[in-house]
Ligand binder design. Structure first.
Ligand SMILES: [Ca+2]
Length: 124
């Protein structure tokens, strides 16, 4: 009986440890992204946080949008995918991040933004 409880306790600890480490990795990618793009607009900076569901790379939960898929395939090397157009909207990821203030993994962004980026996209 004690061995059974010990095994259960160990499994719970493993689950908590794995979940915590995934959360930390998730956060570190967002931190790394913000460090790599300190001049990106505030909407994109916010899109890398849990408060905005990390919509820069994710669709929902741990699902990835096209930019997140490309970033994952590039082993989280942001520069490697800057010249790509992950969402197929005609603008490279680098242009969307550094110039447009639009989500590089969402071809219809910045519909959800109420900012200069949403005005700029009308004149492309
Ligand atoms: Ca694009």
């Amino acid at each position: 009986m004690k061995l059974h409880s010990l095994i259960k306790f160990s499994l719970v600890l493993c689950f908590v440890g794995i979940t915590a480490s995934q959360g930390m990795a998730f956060t570190n990618i967002g931190d790394n992204w913000r460090s790599n793009y300190p001049d990106a607009c505030q909407e994109l900076q916010d899109a890398t946080t849990n408060a905005q569901n990390c919509i820069l790379c994710h669709t929902s939960g741990f699902g990835f949008n096209p930019y997140g898929d490309d970033l994952k395939e590039a082993n989280n090397d942001f520069a490697l995918i800057e010249s790509m157009d992950s969402d197929g909207d005609g603008r490279t990821n680098g242009e969307e991040i550094n110039e447009d203030c639009t989500l590089p993994g969402d071809p219809i962004s910045p519909v959800e933004f109420d900012s200069w980026g949403s005005i700029k996209v009308l004149f492309r």
